[in-house]
Design a protein around this ligand. Structure first.
Ligand code: NAD
Ligand code: UDP
Length: 310
C-alpha cells in the first residue's frame, strides 16, 4: 500500500514544490490549503494525478481525516512580511491552533511530522551567522511579532508533542528562499525587484539597503527538506544558502541580469527589519550531508525568466 502524506499550505510557493517532490517519490499526497495566500495555479499540473487530492480547509479549524497518513508537512502560514501584516490574527492562529491541529493528526495517525519554521525565530539577530543554539532577539509586540512568535510557539508545541506524546517530529528553520511561482505582488524583496526590473520601474530598496540576507534557490531548499524528513534528527535544522549580501547589491544584480533600465529608489525601512541574516549550516552539513548548490546568479536567471513568462 502507498504511503500517504498531508501537506498543509500545499498550494503555496514552497508547498507546491513539496507536493510535486513527494508525488514523484511515490507517495499519495493530500494537499490542504485555504488559499489565503496560495493559489490553485501552483498545483494545476498535479490536479489530474490520481495520487493527488486537494482539500480546501483552514487548518486553524479541526478536521477529521479518514485515510492513513504517514507524513505531515505543516507549511500553512502567510510567509511574506506584507502578507502577515495584512493577516496578523490568521498568522497567529495558524502558527498556534493550526500547528496544534496538525500535530493532533500526526499523533492520531502515528505520522512523522515536519514543521516549516523560519529564520525569523532569531528575530533581529545579535549572533552572526545564526546557528540553531541561538535563542533569538524578537520584539514580541512589534508588527513582525505575529509571525515570529507564532513560529516560536509552533516550535515549542512541536517539541512538547515530541517529548510528551512521542510524535516523530522534525523542524526546519527556512532562510529566505526564492524561485519560480512566487507571487509577483507578495511583497518580498526578490519578487518585488524582479517585477519592477522587467517593467523598467524603480526598484524599491528599503532603508539604505545595507541590511543583509542570504538567498536560497527553491530546488536546494526542497532537497534539504527531503533529506530532513528522511533523517532521524528531531532538533531544528537551518536550511539556507550562506551566501550573504546587502539588499542594495541584490537590487543591482537583478538590474544587471535582467538588462533593465530601472534605477533604485530608497523607501522607509519597515519596523524591526532584521539588520543581518546568514545561516550557519553546520548541522545540515553534518546530519543531512546537505548544502546549497545553486549560485544566486543562476537562480535569479531562472526566476527572472519565469516572471517574464507568467
Ligand atoms: P506562501 O504564502 O506561498 O504559502 C503558504 C500557504 O499556506 C498558502 O498556500 C496559504 O494559502 C496557506 N495557508 C495559510 N494559512 C492557512 C491556513 N490557516 N489553513 C490552510 N492553509 C493556509 O508562502 P511560502 O513562502 O510558500 O511559505 C510556506 C511556509 O514556509 C510557511 O510556513 C512559511 O512560514 C515558511 N517559510 C518560508 C520561507 C521562504 O523564504 N519562502 C522562509 C521561512 C519560512
Ligand atoms: N526589501 C526591500 N525592498 C522591497 C522588499 C523588501 O528593500 O521591495 C527588504 C526588506 O526590508 C528586508 C529584505 O528586503 O530587509 C528582505 O525582505 P523580504 O520581505 O524578502 O524578507 P524578510 O527577510 O524581511 O522576511
Amino acid at each position: 500500500m502507498k504511503n500517504n502524506a498531508l501537506i498543509t499550505g500545499g498550494a503555496g510557493f514552497l508547498g507546491s514544490y513539496l507536493c510535486q517532490r513527494l508525488l514523484h517519490s511515490g507517495l499519495k499526497v493530500f494537499c490542504l490549503d485555504n488559499l489565503i495566500t496560495g493559489s490553485l495555479k501552483n498545483i494545476i499540473q498535479l490536479k489530474n494525478d490520481k495520487n493527488f487530492e486537494f482539500i480546501k480547509h483552514d487548518i486553524s479549524k479541526q478536521i477529521v481525516i479518514k485515510d492513513k497518513i504517514s507524513f505531515i508537512l505543516h507549511f500553512a502560514s502567510p510567509a511574506s512580511p506584507v502578507d502577515y501584516l495584512k493577516y496578523p490574527i490568521q498568522t497567529l492562529k495558524v502558527g498556534s491552533l493550526g500547528t496544534h491541529n496538525a500535530l493532533g493528526i500526526a499523533k492520531e495517525k502515528k505520522a512523522r511530522f515536519l514543521l516549516a519554521s523560519t529564520s525569523e525565530v532569531y528575530g533581529d539577530p545579535l549572533m552572526h551567522p545564526q546557528n540553531e543554539d541561538y535563542w533569538g532577539n524578537v520584539n514580541c509586540i512589534g508588527p513582525r511579532g505575529v509571525y515570529d512568535e507564532a513560529k516560536r510557539f509552533a516550535e515549542a508545541i512541536t517539541m512538547a508533542y515530541h517529548r510528551v506524546h512521542k510524535v516523530d517530529t522534525r523542524i526546519v528553520r527556512i532562510f529566505n528562499t526564492y524561485g519560480p511561482r512566487m507571487r509577483k505582488n507578495d511583497g518580498r524583496a526578490i519578487p518585488n525587484f524582479i517585477s519592477q526590473a522587467i517593467r523598467n520601474k524603480p526598484l524599491t530598496v528599503y532603508g539604505k539597503g545595507l541590511q543583509t540576507r542570504s538567498f536560497c534557490y527553491v530546488d536546494d531548499l526542497i532537497e534539504g527538506i527531503w533529506r530532513l524528513i528522511n533523517s532521524d534528527t528531531n532538533l531544528p535544522v537551518n536550511i539556507g544558502n550562506p551566501d550573504e549580501m546587502c539588499l542594495v547589491d541584490l537590487a543591482k544584480h537583478i538590474i544587471r541580469i535582467s538588462q533593465s533600465k530601472s534605477k533604485i529608489e530608497y523607501r522607509k525601512l519597515p519596523i524591526d527589519d532584521p539588520k543581518q541574516r546568514r545561516p550557519d549550516i553546520s548541522r545540515a552539513k553534518k546530519y543531512l550531508k546537505w548544502q546549497a548548490g545553486v549560485a544566486l546568479e543562476d537562480g535569479l536567471i531562472r526566476t527572472i525568466e519565469w516572471f517574464r513568462q507568467n
